[in-house]
Design a protein around this ligand. Structure first.
Ligand code: ADP
Ligand code: COI
Length: 412
């Protein structure tokens, strides 16, 4: 509490140029200030995250409701109607559902250890969610297509305003890392926040995509996704970035079920694949510093497709993950890439942000790639497993369930 109030004190001082002292009631998670009677503080002058400790009824009511998770088949078969009524129904669903999900995220921020919740970057993300909550929940009832259009416009802006949330969380937690005693608590917070956010963004993107006619797509669902095409596209991209950074890049080859195609949502795949390729390419290059490009061992992606699920294995000959690190690489903030080195920040960080599709901002060097990827895979009813042969290389298996209702599938 003492540390927390000191931080708040300096934030308030910095932002408002006034001194205040605080009484902190950690158990109740509420706080008030004991006024220096000279200072009159309006409630609205508080940063919104702090204001919300007082003014939380709307958020509390929404947070008490369960979210409604959708079967992807429901998204797929939400049939198109010429009069646009499917757009109305979809917007009405989001109008009800998104405030509930956002309120759950706000509860998550409120339950963080006090010292973590007071980090300025984390407060700024917390505030972003409070802002989103009010924008979404105060939007008028959607009863006609003109209102729906404005709702979609607002959603698009929100998606944009929240684009860098993952990067912000990564740096916020990085800053207060040394104060974190309950690592498990933070892991749970990040897993839930990031996967729930993925779900929220997929729903919002789906609604926006219903407005456009894209070949082979119903909303965000690619009705004939070819894993090989997705891998190839990201392989080119990863190699370009590697070439730019190191002046060379290993070949990335695809084998197995290279002709397979099936309905799937490409958004999470577009996040996961480049993360895995980036790791494999980096290990290959760092393990073979003196080899010219033509002698670099290739990264091999094997695709396996079957009735229940599909598997992508990314194999590299990058020397493997040392014994003492194996158990740590899927922990948030475990990275052997130094983000303090100016030169390294730019390395692959541009990669995800340039793509502009993924639900994340720049990643590289925060040690967020593998834990986030694993959380996403599990959210989608799959798994991420790592087999490493020290001295040789690493195989990463990404297993994802088909979105078929009969197989149990998953929910968004
Ligand atoms: P980052 O790439 O930001 O460091 P990741 O979560 O993607 O974060 O990876 C964490 C760490 O795991 C990396 O810094 C690296 O040391 C190790 N690692 C990941 N993939 C591989 C691989 N294929 N071969 C060797 N080491 C790896
Ligand atoms: C996020 O991206 O953080 C979201 O929750 C998106 C939502 C505000 C539309």
């Amino acid at each position: 509490g003492r540390f927390g109030s000191n931080i708040l004190h300096s934030i308030v001082k910095q932002k408002y140029g006034k001194n205040v002292s605080w009484i902190v009631y950690p158990a109740a998670r509420t706080m008030s200030y004991v006024g220096d009677s000279q200072i009159s503080f309006q409630l609205k002058e508080y940063p919104r995250a702090i204001n919300s400790f007082y003014n939380q009824t709307a958020i509390d009511i929404a947070a008490a409701q369960p979210s409604v998770r959708l079967d992807p088949a429901t998204l797929l078969y939400s049939s198109k109607s010429p009069d646009g009524s499917h757009l109305l129904r979809s917007a009405q669903f989001l109008h009800k559902e998104l405030p509930v999900r956002i309120a759950h995220r706000i509860s998550g921020f409120r339950s963080l250890p006090f010292i973590v919740g007071c980090n300025p970057i984390i407060i700024s993300v917390h505030e972003l969610y409070i802002r989103a909550f009010f924008i979404l929940s105060e939007f008028r009832a959607i009863t006609d297509l003109e209102t729906e259009k404005q709702y979609s416009e607002m959603l698009k802006n929100l998606l944009d305003d929240h684009r860098d949330v993952v990067t912000k969380l990564a740096s916020g937690f990085q800053e207060c890392r040394k104060h974190i005693k309950e690592e498990e608590l933070v892991r749970q917070f990040l897993d839930r926040t990031l996967t729930s956010r993925l779900g929220i963004r997929m729903l919002a993107e789906h609604h926006l995509a219903l407005h456009n006619e894209q070949p082979n797509h119903v909303g965000i669902i690619n009705v004939a996704m070819k894993p090989k095409d997705v891998v190839d596209r990201w392989a080119d991209f990863t190699r370009q970035i590697s070439d730019h950074k190191y002046g060379k890049a290993p070949e990335i080859k695809c084998n197995g079920h290279i002709t397979a195609s099936f309905p799937y949502i490409q958004i999470p795949i577009d996040y996961i694949i480049p993360e895995l390729l980036k790791n494999a390419v980096r290990a290959t290059i760092e393990n073979n510093p003196d080899k010219p490009e033509s002698n670099l061992p290739p990264v091999i992606v094997t695709i396996a497709n079957n009735d229940a699920d599909f598997v992508l294995r990314v194999s590299d000959r990058g020397g493997g993950i040392p014994h003492h690190m194996v158990d740590h690489v899927t922990r948030y903030h475990f990275s052997t890439a130094s983000i303090t080195q100016e030169e390294d920040t730019g390395l692959f960080s541009t990669m995800i942000s340039e793509s502009n599709h993924g639900p994340s901002g720049p990643m590289y060097g925060f040690g967020f790639g593998l834990p986030t990827t694993r959380a996403y895979a599990e959210y989608l009813g799959g798994s991420l497993t790592i087999q490493t042969m020290q001295g040789i290389g690493t195989d990463v298996y990404l297993r994802l369930r088909h979105m078929d209702r009969k197989q149990g599938g998953f929910r968004i």
